[in-house]
Design a protein around this ligand. Structure first.
Ligand SMILES: Cc1cc2nc3c(=O)[nH]c(=O)nc-3n(C[C@H](O)[C@H](O)[C@H](O)COP(=O)(O)OP(=O)(O)OC[C@H]3O[C@@H](n4cnc5c(N)ncnc54)[C@H](O)[C@@H]3O)c2cc1C
Length: 408
């Protein structure tokens, strides 16, 4: 019997389990997650108004329900089990723990500055999130990737435009009440180098309550992103002002006596500028903020390309690659990684391993059946106009998963 532990049940963990069990259906594949609920950023990153993207979870469900992977939620690597213990208990351990921290912006501390990761976690009811921040006035979203566009779109939408999402009651009320005067999305690079998906840019053209301006655009010359941006310029469906700017390097911030950001200094395309700014949302990438020393592990990896860190230890997804790539890109990586693991493990002598028994018996694991009970509660408690209301604390997740187990 070969045993594989995958730490992290986001896309890369699920795709790796899927590929391993497809290649070797008789193996034991155990997927651990620090959260009592699966799916990582599909649940807590993908925007609530993009339910089509979240439908990938149906494919992941089959990994646990038909292919035989086992889910062990509420297990934190580094707290409930050490990496050394896990490596001793399994033939191979895959680190698929993602990158949860916001990259440093280097502009100094001030209230009114919030990272996109922290903001999305608060908006999407992540159990470890802080309170919803005070977003108001002239809002600048710094970044030229899809996460910046997600946040711009959510902040620009009217309440009606959020129908059928899984946005919770607190976030819905927060979005409806936010006193946002203007929204500027600010890119450091030129428009032609922006990393926006043109499909997501075109989607902004459907917004119902906005007036959009796009500046600093070069001739499109076949660049799909620039074409999509040019088509947005001049759209006027309502009062909320949305401005796209490019080629602006942030150089510093101005704050008021209370320590709140009031201005962003930039080196713009035609020299230094001071932009009014009451809220700065930084969407400039992510870093590892967990117990694992990711940078050291990846820098010292035997083969960082396929994800082999050391014998029996592998890295997948964002943990391996850094904060780049969409959900489908993790699939291709995971298939290649699974092939590597199968070859490596089959070249090893068969050894008796403890597997999941490495966890203390008293540890409160949330298994797949318990998650399905939580899932049913969340979809069952959704109010009209919403497809799900997430349970938002670990305490409630643990309590409800056990309560419903004992229910008649
Ligand atoms: C805000 C945002 C929006 C996005 N929107 C889209 C989109 O619309 N479409 C798209 O294709 N891509 C999108 N992406 C990218 C996509 O989410 C990533 O490509 C993908 O989630 C990376 O998968 P992963 O499994 O490597 O990491 P993650 O999805 O982050 O999964 C990591 C998992 O590891 C768990 N974990 C972390 N630490 C530990 C630990 N110590 N012990 C146990 N478990 C642990 C976490 O709880 C999590 O479940 C978005 C990303 C972000 C940040």
């Amino acid at each position: 019997m070969r045993r594989i532990a995958i730490v992290g049940s986001g896309p890369s963990g699920c795709f790796t389990a899927q590929a391993l069990l497809k290649a070797r259906p008789g193996w034991t594949v155990d997927v651990f997650d620090t959260l009592p609920v699966p799916f990582g950023l599909v649940r807590y990153g993908v925007a609530p108004d993009h339910q089509g993207t979240k439908a990938i979870t149906r494919q992941f469900e089959r990994v646990f329900e038909r292919q035989g992977a086992r889910f062990f939620g509420n297990v934190t690597l580094g707290r409930d089990v050490t990496l050394e213990a896990l490596r001793g208990a399994y033939d191979a351990v895959v680190l698929a723990t993602g990158l949860a921290g916001d990259r440093d912006h280097g502009l100094g501390e001030a209230s009114g500055i919030v990272g996109a990761g922290a903001l999305t976690r608060s908006l999407y009811d992540h159990p470890d999130a802080s309170h919803l921040p005070d977003v108001r006035g002239d809002v600048i979203v710094l970044g030229n990737g899809n996460v910046a566009v997600d946040l711009l779109r959510l902040l620009a939408k009217t309440a009606d435009e959020l129908q059928d999402s899984d946005l919770g009651p607190a976030a819905s009320a927060w979005l409806a009440a936010r006193p946002v005067k203007s929204l500027t999305i600010l890119g450091r690079s030129a428009a032609a180098a922006a990393r926006f998906d043109p499909v997501m840019i075109r989607e902004l053209g459907k917004l119902q309550g906005v007036t959009i301006r796009v500046t600093d655009l070069p001739p499109a010359g076949g660049n799909k992103t620039v074409e999509a941006l040019a088509a947005l310029d001049g759209i006027a469906t309502g009062p909320r002002s949305v401005l796209f700017r490019f080629g602006c390097q942030p150089a510093g911030i101005g704050t008021d006596a209370g320590g709140r950001i009031r201005a962003l200094r930039v080196e713009g395309p035609s020299g230094p500028e001071i932009l009014p700014c009451d809220t700065l949302i930084t969407a400039i990438g992510f870093r590892c903020d967990g117990a694992l020393d990711r940078d050291v592990l990846i820098a010292g990896a035997e083969d960082a390309e396929t994800g082999r860190i050391a014998p029996g230890l592998y890295a997948a997804g964002w943990f391996r690659r850094g904060p780049r790539g969409t959900i489908p890109e993790n699939r291709a990586d995971s298939i290649a990684l699974a092939e590597r693991i199968v070859a490596d493990v089959e070249a090893m002598p068969v050894t008796q391993r403890a597997g999941v028994d490495v966890l203390p018996e008293s540890h409160k694991v949330v298994d797949w059946a318990a998650w399905k009970r939580l899932d049913a509660i969340e979809t069952g408690q959704a109010p009209p106009g919403r497809c799900r209301t997430k349970i938002s604390t670990r305490h409630d997740m643990l309590k409800l998963s056990r309560q419903s187990e004992n229910a008649p």
